[in-house]
Design a protein around this ligand. Sequence first.
Ligand SMILES: [Fe+2]
Ligand SMILES: [Fe+2]
Length: 145
Amino acid sequence: MSISSLLLSTFELDIAAIDDEHRALLRAIDELNFNARIAVASPWFRSWQRRFAALCAAHFAAEEAWMSAHGIPEPLRLRHAQEHARMLREAEEGSGAIVAHGIVAAGDVYKLMKVEFFKHFIRFDIELKPHAAPQPSLVSQGEPA
Ligand SMILES: [Fe+2]
Ligand SMILES: [Fe+2]
């Protein structure tokens, strides 16, 4: 099972736009697993990295705008935004710096990224869920008992 399909069943904030962006990020991370043997010094990886950093930048900005608009307390919002900034610096790190960390193949980056993604989700993004609009229950939609 890919991690993007795992997200579908397990990790939802009930904020449609943000959930869609999380799925897009996970699909991009999955590409590393499907191309696990490709070197981080390759043109393919550099292209992936540019695309992924752009997805992260757009997602983090959207998430921070959502937090500002939905009454997330400032200390939580700032702590979350600082972590976004740290992750973005890492996402934009050049392949030379990645190799210096002893990482040579896309599959190694995949292992790190999936852990980073879920760690961030569980420590930070999950705090948005109580502020999302409540979802209508089956009973209120007139489902038969
Ligand atoms: Fe976040
Ligand atoms: Fe997020």
